[in-house]
Design a protein around this ligand. Structure first.
Ligand code: NOJ
Length: 745
């Protein structure tokens, strides 16, 4: 009888468990293992999973909080950042899985922004390549190296569109354009995350900073953002969406307020848009102490209120603020938050830990051997050189580049000629300057330089007024056939908390260039920097001008490849370079206005003291060869929204070198219910053409390409005329007109 009772009970239990399992299997947000775990967790342990602290080993913000090892032991901290290397992460992971009650593994994050040890160009530099495959690959290599060093999660890609080069963080993004930015966002997420985490050679991506962090008033970092919903949705949000559609598992909030609401407390951004409209099901982490900062913003009276605001808005994890850990419980007591909300956040976080395999093997990403064989291996170094070459933009060339065989003596002038520290870039993290190839070394060690004698002179520092070495530069110019001057910014002049009101080349560097130029020798200027600078005088005082950004570990080799003509430059600017700070924001996809620019009359939109146009436009970049574009063609001049439109162009390489061109397609909607930009990038292709070769390049456009938010804020098309431009930069006027017809009429 007793046995029969147990048998009956066991069957009942099995049926109920299986039912449960089936229910949980059908509900993707529920997982038996995770539900089981959550059911065993104390409130402190739950809040611990929602807490991310920096270690004191390295810091990327204003606060450090000791005691994180105790927090790990007591289950009050589930994730750490600024912790890397197999030794370090293994030690901390052991504390979590051996000494904490539930043994939940830690998640290790780090800002792997443009390289882990093998440094790649800064993101704005990479964006100049317009080479999505190459960017995907560099993101993969960064992830692979970081994963081999025990990391799981990178705070990248940063996809903030910005039209303001005063903002130092343009360095970390993809520039001013929504379409290009979205494509790059997608490529970087694919590179970072891959398709799965089976091989532990990928990281979790974190798209940031949600939202509109790239539009702070006055270009001042952390400042308020105020924009219409139309601009927010049309210009700033698409790259975040593209990253999420590409599979980004986490999102970071931004520091700024948008339309009066700080992003970390914005239900509109974090729940209405992110979760409900975009169906994002990963977790949301704040930026560094941005919950606490809602008190300074003045939307919360104290940190408890700030935490409650954040949780109710949709934040899952608190970076560095300890608000979830220490302050938020009060909200449970007075009913302003519910335990179900906390459970939902914990669930999202644990699901991602499970997804990458941490519960199966908490040390999965840590192997001394793998760390050794992966980091800075030959394949990675050569990928860095390839990416760096493609990121270089040739801004001017009076025909002196590539360097001619007749050049026997080159004078190389610093401040940045022998530099390594700055060349590895503004967010080099654990990258080391000693592994970087300086410009001087790159120039000397290139096989094409074997008959060239190099002289090198330090002329001045990046900053300061000291011109005492100018005379010695002058004395050494006479023997040179060519002078290469490397000027620019130091790496701390761009990046986070590095906004500038004046964006000319600092110190006496421009004076140096002027002095050199006056000596009459051909001058090649290499600019190394993190943001668009005011380069009018630099351009005038140079025979050739190269935008070299901060190119990473292989900077010197890559620049040498371009200077000697071993690589024909193909980079195109992803952001406009103003003539003067007073023009900012200056960007290609502006509106026409009711009084478009007309230099022949007074009463229209212009400056009295300078042109409206930037010095170098979006999409601009020269090659050693030149490409001739014929007029664009279309498969039909009248088309309806449900038809595909094929636009194509014949181009020919009419110069003396083989080369790669980035063919850019822009549209203009001539009449709509709301004002539309004078041009919008909708497609581009990179094509290699041998000298003398012609090709027909085709693009397929569809309904989405012609859609926008209409007067009622509804996304869709309106019938009417469009110009389709195909050319080599955003100044192109090479267009064909088409009409979008309303099929039902
Ligand atoms: C603050 C920065 O805004 C963010 O981009 C970064 O990921 C965090 N600090 C962590 O270092």
């Amino acid at each position: 009888m007793k046995n029969k009772f147990f048998a009956f009970f066991a069957i009942l239990l099995f049926i109920s468990c299986s039912k449960n399992n089936i229910a949980q299997k059908n509900d993707p947000s529920k997982d038996v293992f995770i539900e089981n775990l959550i059911s065993q967790m104390t409130l402190d342990e739950k809040l611990g999973q929602m807490t991310l602290f920096t270690t004191d080993w390295e810091s990327t913000g204003p606060t450090i909080r000791g005691g994180y090892e105790d927090d790990i032991k007591s289950g009050r901290c589930g994730a750490l950042f600024n912790s890397h290397t197999v030794d370090f992460t293994t030690r901390l992971q052991k504390i979590a899985v051996e000494q904490s009650r539930l043994k939940i593994p830690l998640l290790f994050g780090y800002d792997v922004i443009h390289g882990y040890k093998t440094m790649f160009p800064i993101p704005l530099g990479e964006a100049s390549s317009w080479d999505l495959k190459e960017m995907e690959n560099s993101a993969y290599i960064m992830a692979k190296e970081a994963a081999a060093s025990g990391l799981h999660w990178t705070f990248a890609p940063m996809v903030d569109i910005s039209r303001d080069p005063r903002w130092g963080r343009v360095m970390e993004g993809s520039g001013e354009d929504t379409y290009l930015g979205s494509k790059i966002a997608e490529a970087r997420v694919k590179g970072i995350q891959g398709n799965n985490f089976d091989k532990a050679d990928r990281l979790i991506a974190c798209v940031k900073h949600f939202a509109a962090y790239g539009a702070p008033a006055g270009g001042r970092d952390y400042n308020s953002v105020d924009m219409s919903d139309r601009v927010l949705r049309e210009t700033y949000l698409p790259p975040y969406k593209a990253a999420i559609d590409a599979g980004a598992l986490t999102v970071m909030t931004s520091f700024n307020d948008v339309d009066g609401v700080p992003a970390s407390g914005s239900k509109y951004l974090l729940t209405d848009i992110l979760r409900n409209e975009w169906k994002f099901d990963g977790f949301v982490v704040t930026d560094y102490t941005s919950i606490n900062e809602m008190v300074s913003h003045g939307v919360a009276a104290n940190e408890t209120d700030a935490g409650i605001l954040a949780l109710n808005a949709g934040v899952d994890m608190d970076m560095q603020g300890a608000i979830f850990q220490e302050k938020i419980k009060a909200g449970l007591q007075d009913g302003r938050i519910k335990i179900a909300q906390i459970d939902a956040s914990v669930r999202r976080i644990l699901q991602i830990k499970k997804k990458i395999g941490l519960f199966e093997d908490p040390f999965k990403f840590s192997s001394k051997e793998r760390e050794k064989e992966t980091i800075m291996n030959d394949a990675h170094i050569s990928a860095s050189r390839s990416m760096a070459k493609k990121s270089i933009v040739l801004l001017k060339n009076n025909g002196i580049l590539p360097i001619k065989k007749t050049v026997n003596q080159i004078l190389v002038v610093r401040p940045l000629a022998d530099d390594k520290e700055n060349l590895i870039g503004a967010w080099s993290g654990s990258g080391e300057a000693r592994h970087c190839v300086s410009l001087l070394s790159g120039l000397k060690q290139n096989p094409l330089a074997k008959n060239i004698v190099f002289n090198y002179v330090k002329a001045c520092e990046i900053e300061g007024n000291d011109k005492s070495a100018f005379e010695s530069v002058k004395n050494r110019i006479s023997g040179a056939d060519l002078v290469i001057v490397a000027i620019g910014e130091s790496k701390d002049m761009s990046g986070e908390a590095a906004s500038k009101a004046q964006i000319r080349i600092p110190g006496v560097q421009e004076e140096l260039l002027k002095m050199i130029r006056a000596e009459g020798k051909p001058v090649v200027t290499i600019v190394m920097n993190g943001r668009p600078l005011i380069l009018g005088d630099v351009k005038d005082n140079s025979d050739a001008l190269i935008e070299a950004w901060w190119l990473g570990s292989q900077a010197g080799n890559a620049i040498a490849d371009v200077l000697y003509g071993d690589y024909n430059p193909s980079g195109k600017l992803p952001i406009s370079f103003p003539r003067h700070e007073g023009q900012i924001p200056v960007y290609y996809n502006h509106k026409s206005t009711g009084r478009p620019f007309d230099p022949t009359s007074k009463w229209n939109t212009k400056y009295l003291d300078m042109p409206n146009t930037p010095l170098f436009s979006f999409g601009y970049g020269l090659s050693y060869t030149s490409f001739k574009y014929d007029k664009p063609m279309v498969n039909k001049t009248n088309f309806s929204a449900d038809e595909k439109l094929i636009a194509s162009v014949n181009i020919k390489n009419i110069g003396d070198y083989d080369g790669e061109e980035t063919i850019q397609l822009y549209i203009r909607d001539l009449v709509a219910s709301v004002t539309r930009p004078v041009k919008e990038l909708k497609a581009f292709k990179k094509e290699f053409l041998k000298k003398g070769e012609s090709k027909t390049i085709s693009f397929e456009l569809n309904k989405e390409d012609f859609s926008f938010y209409n007067r009622e804020m509804k996304w869709g098309t309106e019938p009417g005329e469009f110009d389709i431009f195909i050319g080599s930069d955003s100044d192109t006027q090479n267009a064909v007109r088409v009409t979008l017809i309303n099929k039902n009429k």
